[in-house]
Design a protein around this ligand. Structure first.
Ligand code: ADP
Ligand code: MG
Length: 261
């Protein structure tokens, strides 16, 4: 059974795309068939996966607007077992276009024929807003992962995010529980990072799972997209990659799933 997970946080720069790309690539290296759906018009996940965003015809935009099928929208990436539905700037007009459709939160659910291709996991890299694209992602998702950057304003906006998830449940009748919280851009040497970590633990006390593995700030992870590769492929031995591989193992354990290779 395919599990669909949205990487969500309306804050920009908190590591959503880096997490979507590297967690997916790490799981792919463990023998899982993984699809990344890039729902952000900035298309950073697309680029990071080694896809030339301006050279492909079928994207999440053409899928949502009915110009291609789900299967036709899927492209291979250079990383084995890792596939993508790409994005590009045309997606930026989609919010307005989709808002005119009846039942607009359900368009992705209608288009995504989840049993057509046998993926173990589908990760949706959400845009930095709680708009129509994010609603579409949440409706189709089985769960949500929230990356939180280890900085002073880490929890700002978290109440809105949780409210949105709850509204999807009550108004749109679609369950998408929070699967876990991932601390990103973590620098264990700083007092601030440790304080943020404590605040996050306090905030989600008794309610949500917080991944033990914290993703360190690591320059190789930031460099990798310019080489069109996930960090875990670009430099598997760097501290950031090792951390994402550990996160993938923790994710599988949480899921009661196993490494295949
Ligand atoms: P979002 O998708 O939430 O906007 P990104 O994943 O694009 O966030 O990360 C924002 C910026 O920070 C990018 O330039 C990215 O390369 C960098 N970055 C993300 N995570 C790390 C990390 N662990 N170490 C170093 N740089 C990182
Ligand atoms: Mg992003």
């Amino acid at each position: 059974m395919t599990e669909i997970i949205t990487i969500l946080n309306q804050k920009g720069g908190c590591g959503k795309t880096t997490t979507a790309v590297n967690l997916s690539a790490a799981l792919a290296s463990m023998g899982k068939n993984v699809l990344v759906i890039d729902m952000d018009p900035q298309a950073n996940a697309t680029t990071s996966l080694g896809i030339k965003k301006n050279e492909i015809d079928n994207t999440i935009y053409t899928l949502l607007t009915g110009k291609c099928s789900y299967v036709d929208a899927i492209v291979e990436t250079p990383t084995p077992n890792l596939y993508a539905i790409a994005s590009n700037i045309s997606l930026s007009g989609a919010e307005v276009e989709l808002s005119k459709e009846i039942g607009y939160p359900y368009i992705l659910e209608e288009k995504l024929e989840r049993d057509m291709v046998d993926f173990d996991y589908i990760f949706i890299d959400a845009p930095p807003s709680l708009g129509i694209l994010t609603l579409n992602a949440l409706v189709v998702s089985d769960s949500v992962l929230i990356p939180i950057q280890s900085e002073f304003y880490a929890l700002e906006g978290m109440a809105d995010l949780i409210k949105t998830i709850n509204l999807v449940q009550t108004r749109l009748k679609s369950e998408c529980p929070i699967k876990g919280i991932i601390l990103t851009l973590y620098d264990s040497r700083t007092k601030l990072a440790r304080e943020v970590s404590e605040n996050v633990e306090e905030f989600f006390k008794d309610t949500e799972y917080i991944f033990k593995e914290k993703i360190p700030r690591n320059v190789k992870l930031a460099e990798a997209p310019s080489h069109g590769q996930p960090g875990v492929v670009y430099d598997p031995e760097c501290a950031g990659s090792k951390s994402y591989i550990q996160l993938a193992k923790e994710f599988l354990k949480l899921n009661g799933d196993e490494i295949n290779v």
